[in-house]
Design a protein around this ligand. Structure first.
Ligand code: CMX
Length: 144
């Protein structure tokens, strides 16, 4: 397994618009994209910090995962996303080492990436997302 770097850091917020007032309006971070992930019922915004991003996550009506996090812990750091070059190989390796993934198949994440999460109970309390960037950019159609 080779971790290439941090892709992004996820932050759970009550309102993306309100969080952008601080991070973009006051702190001047560039907004790369604001996106509605309809299938996950999330509104997300990506802010550029050098090579990595802050991903602001706002749950929409009917969303259960980030909503539960906000209810239990309030706003704050939600996950760290590690960039890997081959998601399947990486997951196979980690399964062999006894780590649990959340779900069995890679999912389509924001920006057309392929993602999978590891259970925070297996990673010293940090929710880790494994990210493989797609060839073909945003569409996520071409995978080699
Ligand atoms: N970081 C660290 N620990 C977390 C956590 C987080 N983000 N979310 C939950 N936990 C911990 C809880 O504190 C709890 O620990 P204790 O038992 O010691 O209290 C334990 O995990 C179980 O938490 P829970 O509140 O009972 O919640 P669930 O088990 O229902 O869900 C998890 C937890 C990690 C399985 C769920 O959040 C999940 O499936 N996450 C992966 C998907 C995801 O996060 N999607 C949103 C982002 C999508 C995107 O970026 O595209």
């Amino acid at each position: 397994m080779r971790v290439q770097g941090i892709d992004h850091i996820g932050v759970a917020v009550q309102s993306v618009d309100s969080a952008l007032e601080l991070y973009s309006g006051v702190m001047g971070l560039r907004v790369k994209k604001v996106e509605i992930l309809e299938d996950r019922r999330l509104k997300v915004a990506f802010l550029e910090i050098g090579e990595i991003s802050f991903e602001l996550l706002e749950p929409l009506e009917g969303e259960e995962v980030v909503s539960k996090f906000l209810e239990k812990r309030g706003e704050g750091l939600h996950h760290v996303a590690l960039l890997v070059d081959n998601l399947e190989e990486c997951v196979k390796y980690l399964h062999a080492k006894g780590l649990r993934t959340l779900g069995t198949q890679p999912q389509k994440g924001a920006e057309g990436k392929r993602i999978m999460f590891l259970h925070p109970k297996d990673t010293h309390g940090v929710l880790l997302e494994l990210v493989e960037r797609m060839k073909g950019g945003e569409t996520g159609e071409i995978h080699e």
